[in-house]
Design a protein around this ligand. Sequence first.
Ligand code: NAD
Length: 258
Amino acid sequence: MDRSTSKNVAVITGGAGGIGAATAAILQEDGWRVVIADLDLARAEAEAIRIGATACHIDISSKQSIEEAAAWVERDVGPCGALVACAAHLENPHRPENQDIAEFDRIIATNIRGTFLTVTAFGASMLRRGRGSIVTIGSITALNSSPLVAYGPSKSAILAMTRDFGGAWGRRGIRVNCVCPGPTRTPAVEASYARGERDPNVMTAQTALGHLVDPRDVGHAVAFLLSEKARSITGSILPVDAGTLVGQLWALYGGLPA
Ligand SMILES: NC(=O)c1ccc[n+]([C@@H]2O[C@H](COP(=O)([O-])OP(=O)(O)OC[C@H]3O[C@@H](n4cnc5c(N)ncnc54)[C@H](O)[C@@H]3O)[C@@H](O)[C@H]2O)c1
């Protein structure tokens, strides 16, 4: 067990989802006292019971809900030492000219405004104590063109704000980093494969490593960045994508070598 994590509170928004739940389980194994915070309280409670964590409701599209959750954690659970800002509004692929603008607004409100408010609300108590670490969850869609035309730009903003917070809060004892998952086999993505919206074989063919990402692969990267082992890392952007980004330009030259 890493002594830096022992008995400290780690909050994960979107902690009832595929990547969030896998990350919550790893952080709990590492000795953090985990709070699974999610819009879906029933699923958050089920996950919390499964791994021995605590659950709470949060809606990151509401400033009031975020502030209430942050205050509840400090009062009823303990000093928050780590935050994983993982909750997001996802999107299916389409062309920009077909974008539903109400959906665009929901994505911006949840992913950009919601992540910013989550980091500032949970970061406030870290700033008071002069100690803490934060990981935001981006996406490789923030790093290249994709048909997720509202989601991708919203994730680019999360990369930018990660660097901003990292610069602003470094001297105050807080590190802020971002993990960018590639195609990850969460239950929601598996369901999308089953509906024929995405093809796992096409996605696997784009990866240098020849496999899709397991949710726990993302969790391990998050756990490392939150821990004292990463004490000299802030403002970094870490893709966990099984080599999807490095595989892309090989398509121009006949594809990745076998
Ligand atoms: N699965 C992938 O392939 C993939 C790839 C790149 C990035 N990501 C990112 O990883 C993170 C987790 O995604 P996932 O695949 O586990 O998705 P998921 O849908 O399984 O989980 C998302 C969770 O967020 C919660 N949530 C949604 N809106 C919320 C809100 N307003 N307030 C609080 N909670 C809310 C949902 O209830 C759900 O539990 C997201 O930030 C996503 O953008 C996922």
